[in-house]
Ligand binder design. Structure first.
Ligand SMILES: C[S@@+](CC[C@H](N)C(=O)[O-])C[C@H]1O[C@@H](n2cnc3c(N)ncnc32)[C@H](O)[C@@H]1O
Length: 281
């Protein structure tokens, strides 16, 4: 697949560069331990499974997903699961160390249809209509809000008509609605039960949440609106566990696509696990 990572974007600003630099630094430092953390976190495993189920739903036995792109793939929790159902998966991540972990895991499992590309999602450029499925798990909440919009609009361009977008992520607003407040209260209660260490994490996460330096989640309804604005149809959202949800949508223009209003989206209640789907240290 031809690609370039250097195309100019309207949000190629100094703030964007600072945000990318920060993400690279944080995740380079966490790459060695991420796989252990992710594979032992029940919440994260549940979200990965939900993204895989959504991406493969409707696929007949033996049918391939085609070409898949995994944005912010990390060490490959989603990439490797989908590679078994795809012709090829392109894993994109800002951290080269994460991708080296992914390559080692793929080699250990004998998986040969995974390609890796070190690139910020914000600056990824792929040929129009060259991709069947774009997925992402717990990565897009790290992007600045304008860059989330740019990334989703870009994904609409890379996808063929009828291609699918599936995003699993922390989807939580800052307490504006009752659902957000319930998740926040649940999270604080869980951490508080762990004693002083838990309270320390409450304080640390509260600062991050307010300042939005490292984690910049949007609510589920904001994600639905953003995806709809980018030319997707059949937008569906479901809660998975605690703050995590999956939003899926279809690139307009395919044979079986039809518009579905966001408020007609069926939504399931999130399950609760002790781990939640927390990615913070
Ligand atoms: C919480 S981890 C999730 C990794 C993987 N998707 C998973 O499910 O285990 C977030 C990943 O997003 C990547 N990431 C963060 N910001 C990024 C950006 N702007 N562009 C590309 N990757 C980014 C990090 O390097 C990291 O691998």
């Amino acid at each position: 697949m031809e690609r370039s990572t250097s195309g100019p974007t309207t949000t190629s600003t100094a703030k964007q560069s600072v945000a990318i630099h920060r993400q690279r630094r944080v995740w380079e430092a966490r790459a060695r331990n991420w796989n252990h953390h992710a594979s032992n976190n029940e919440g994260l495993r549940t979200v990965v499974a939900a993204v895989v189920d959504t991406a493969t739903s409707g696929l007949a036995d033996g049918e391939s997903l085609g070409t898949v792109v995994d944005l912010g793939c990390g060490s490959g929790q989603l990439t490797l699961a989908l590679a078994k159902r795809a012709t090829k998966v392109l894993g994109v991540d800002v951290s080269g160390s994460m991708l080296r972990e992914l390559e080692q895991r793929a080699a250990a499992e004998g998986i040969t249809n995974v390609e890796c590309l070190v690139s910020p999602i914000e600056r990824l450029s792929l040929p129009p209509g060259s991709v069947d499925v774009v997925v992402s798990n717990y990565a897009l909440h790290h992007l600045r809000d304008p860059d989330k919009g740019v990334a989703v609009a870009a994904a609409a361009g890379w996808l063929r008509p009828g291609g699918r977008l599936v995003i699993g992520d922390m989807m939580l607003g800052r307490g504006a609605d009752a659902a957000d407040r319930a998740v926040i209260a649940d999270k604080v209660r869980q951490l508080a039960r762990r004693g002083p260490g838990g309270w320390w994490r409450v304080a640390k996460n509260a600062v991050r949440f307010v300042v939005r330096i490292q984690e910049r989640p949007l609510s589920r309804s904001a994600w639905v609106a953003l995806v709809q604005r980018s030319g997707f149809v059949d937008v569906q959202a479901s809660a998975v566990v605690h703050e995590a949800a999956v939003v899926s949508a279809v690139r307009a223009g395919g044979p079986t696509t039809e518009a579905r209003p966001a408020d007609a989206v069926p939504t399931t209640e999130a399950k609760s696990t002790e781990d939640g789907a927390n990615t913070s240290a």
